[in-house]
Every structure is written in structure tokens, then in C-alpha cells.
Design a protein around this ligand. Structure first.
Ligand code: GUN
Ligand code: ZN
Length: 374
């Protein structure tokens, strides 16, 4: 028995987009969903109660970061990541694959695994598919990821072919090393860059290995949006319909909607929380940079269409003041808003799917945001 069960509850008659319920050991969540990122077992500045109040389903943590600090044994002794951070909902950990390739210095990729320097103190570290799964087994999230290579972009066909073939061998090794399949669902990750035949080969091989869910990796690495949508098409086409699909590291409004249209069920991105801490807000009127002088005496809400705690209780002028004075409350309030903005977007998308009007919903939002890239 798999740790999760995925139930597709409706397919939009207008667009073919789907919605569903993902049943996990820590509760049921509705899809399509956006998953806030809590790299170090904390969604920066927010308490678990606040995260829940935003309507979040699953939240993410990172194997690489928790391995370095506090170490997976500490998280294990605490009773797993949910107990450790006092979060009662479902969680997902990324494998470290992507973080090793984006954060660490002086990488050496071999068949066995990857040697690299820690981004904290420069010490030499080694991560392999088995090691990543062992760490994720101790961290204890409901959904865990295979250890993969997220190859650079652009990347030659030959490099990508070798990389995908190795990622597939790594997926098999990780699956064999997984000790808790009944408590933690291990996803396979589709790579292959922009190359259709490699995406196809990767997706088909992973599908034969029968994972409880599949991720689409190697996107949002510098390619155009059009290329990203093709990468999604090439991957999804060969994955089993009845299993959940997760598009890794993608959280812009247009890409989420295009992903939902292509039957992707899960999304995550650090962007909303990261830009919030830098004073950039995603709103129904487009992006707002709270630093701007024009908000000095603007006592209206950040986003009049938003139902979040920040928009119901605070003004743009006050948020600007907090930001300029580098006050922690500003980071909190702005993170709350940006997360709610994307969680609300996916809530509305689910409703539109259930009502067989996702095509119209998507077209309306594209028209509304045309002038501002949110
Ligand atoms: N996060 C964003 N992209 C990726 C990817 O390709 N692989 C992994 N493991 N995590 C990611
Ligand atoms: Zn708001």
C-alpha cells in the first residue's frame, strides 16, 4: 500500500483540467494546489497556525538544508519534521538534488553520487540517491523526492542524454533504498530539458517503475515560458493519468494556470515569500513595490480584492513604513499576503474546474494581468 491515495474528483468539460483530493498520512488536501516553501522547517516569518489559516495544503522542506542543520538525526529524534516544527499538515521534502546543483560549489558528479562543497562552511560533502532517501526517511515528510540531476540550461543533447540516464538509475537506486513506502510516498522526477525524446524516455521509464507520483523537474532554469510549457507537455503525456503530478519550482500566475491546463496537480516556489521579504507584492492590480514614494500616504489596503489578514487590517502606507524600517512584522505581513494570493488563485482555479469553466477563468486572468507580469 502506498502512503498516499490520489482521487480525481472532476475533469473540466470546457478545458480538460482536473481537480482532486490527495489523501496523505497527515490529512487530505485539494488539488491543484500551491505549496509554500519552508526550506529549514519554517515558512520564513510564519507560525504553523498562520500557514494553516492561509489555506495551505502541503508545505515543503529541503533535505539538503535539514541535513546540514540541525541534521536528520535530530529531526528523527523529535519524532519527524511535523512534530519538530509543530505543523500537523502534510509535508514534502525535495531530495537535495536541485539544491546541490544550485547552491553548492565545486560539484563533481559521478555514478555513485555527487561530491560538493557546503554552502555554509565550504566543507566537502557527498550525497547519493541512497543517502538522500535515508535522510528523507528520517525527516519523515509524507511525500519525498528521488535524487536527480537538474542539468543546466541550455545543455547539449549528449550531456542531457547521459544525465537523464543517470537520473533514471538514481531513481531506481533510491526506490530500492526506500525504507518507509507505506508512510512516505516517493516520487520519480522527469528530466530531459527541452528534448522531447528524452522527456518521453524518462517519463515512460519512471512510469514503468510505478511511483506513487511524478515530478517534472528541470524547468524554470532560464528557458522561455513557451519552452517550459513544451517541457510540461512532453513529460505529462507519458505519465499515468491517475497519479499526481508536481511541477517543481514554478509559482508564477501564468505558469500555474498553464500547468493546471496541462493536468499538473502540485506547484511550489520560493518566489512569493522571497520577493515579499524584499517588498514586492503580487496583487490583483499587478506587482506592487511597497518601497515606492507613491505609497507614503496611501492608507488603502495592499490589494482591495484580497481576503488575507494583511489586506483586511493594514494600509500600504503602514507596510511601506515597516519595510523601510526593516521591521520583522513587515516581512510577516507581506509573506502572508503573497502566499494567500497564490493559494487563493489555486482555490479559484479548483472552483472553476468544478464548474466546467476553467478555460474562461484562465482567459479572464490572462487578460486582467496582461499589462503587469505578476
Ligand atoms: N526544484 C526545482 N527544480 C527541481 C529539479 O529539477 N529537481 C529537484 N530535485 N528539485 C527541483
Ligand atoms: Zn492580501
Amino acid at each position: 500500500m502506498s502512503a498516499i491515495r490520489f482521487e480525481i474528483t472532476h475533469v473540466c468539460k470546457q478545458s480538460g483540467a482536473r481537480c482532486g483530493i490527495l489523501h496523505t498520512p497527515h490529512g487530505d488536501v485539494e488539488t491543484p494546489m500551491f505549496m509554500p516553501v519552508g526550506t529549514l522547517a519554517t515558512v520564513k516569518f510564519l507560525s504553523p497556525e498562520e500557514i494553516k489559516a492561509l489555506g495551505a495544503g502541503v508545505i515543503l522542506a529541503n533535505t539538503y538544508h535539514l541535513w546540514l542543520r540541525p541534521g536528520e538525526d535530530i529531526v528523527d529524534k523529535a519524532g519527524g519534521v511535523q512534530k519538530f516544527m509543530n505543523y500537523s499538515g502534510p509535508m514534502l521534502t525535495d531530495s537535495g538534488g536541485f539544491q546541490v546543483f544550485s547552491l553548492a560549489d565545486r560539484r563533481k558528479i559521478k555514478e555513485e553520487g555527487v561530491t560538493f562543497k557546503s554552502h555554509l562552511d565550504g566543507s566537502t560533502l557527498f550525497l547519493s540517491p541512497e543517502k538522500s532517501i535515508q535522510i528523507q526517511n528520517k525527516i519523515g515528510a509524507d511525500i519525498i523526492m528521488s535524487f536527480d540531476e537538474c542539468a543546466p540550461y541550455p545543455c547539449s543533447y549528449d550531456y542531457m542524454k547521459n544525465s537523464v540516464e543517470r537520473t533514471l538509475r538514481w531513481a531506481k537506486r533510491g526506490k530500492d533504498a526506500h525504507q518507509r513506502p507505506e508512510e512516505q510516498a516517493l516520487f520519480g522526477i522527469v528530466q530531459g530539458g527541452e528534448y522531447q525524446d528524452l522527456r518521453e524516455m524518462c517519463a515512460k521509464t519512471l512510469a514503468e517503475m510505478d511511483f506513487p507520483g511524478y515530478s517534472i523537474g528541470g524547468t524554470s532554469v532560464g528557458e522561455s515560458k513557451e519552452t517550459m510549457y513544451k517541457m510540461i507537455d512532453y513529460s505529462v503525456k507519458y505519465l499515468p493519468w491517475e497519479k499526481p503530478r508536481y511541477l517543481m519550482g514554478v509559482g508564477s500566475v501564468d505558469a500555474i494556470l498553464e500547468g493546471i491546463l496541462r493536468n499538473v496537480d502540485m506547484f511550489d516556489c520560493v518566489l512569493p515569500t522571497r520577493i515579499a521579504r524584499h517588498g514586492t507584492l503580487m496583487t490583483s492590480q499587478g506587482r506592487v513595490n511597497i518601497k515606492k514614494q507613491e505609497y507614503e500616504e496611501d492608507f488603502g489596503p495592499l490589494d482591495p480584492e484580497c481576503d488575507c489578514y494583511t489586506c483586511k487590517n493594514y494600509s500600504r502606507a503602514y507596510l511601506r513604513h515597516l519595510f523601510r524600517c526593516n521591521e520583522g512584522l513587515g516581512s510577516r505581513l507581506m509573506s502572508i499576503h503573497n502566499l494567500r494570493f497564490l493559494l487563493s488563485l489555486t482555490e479559484q482555479a479548483r472552483k472553476a474546474i468544478r464548474e466546467d469553466r476553467f478555460g474562461d477563468f484562465k482567459a479572464e486572468l490572462f487578460k486582467k494581468y496582461n499589462l503587469n507580469s505578476v
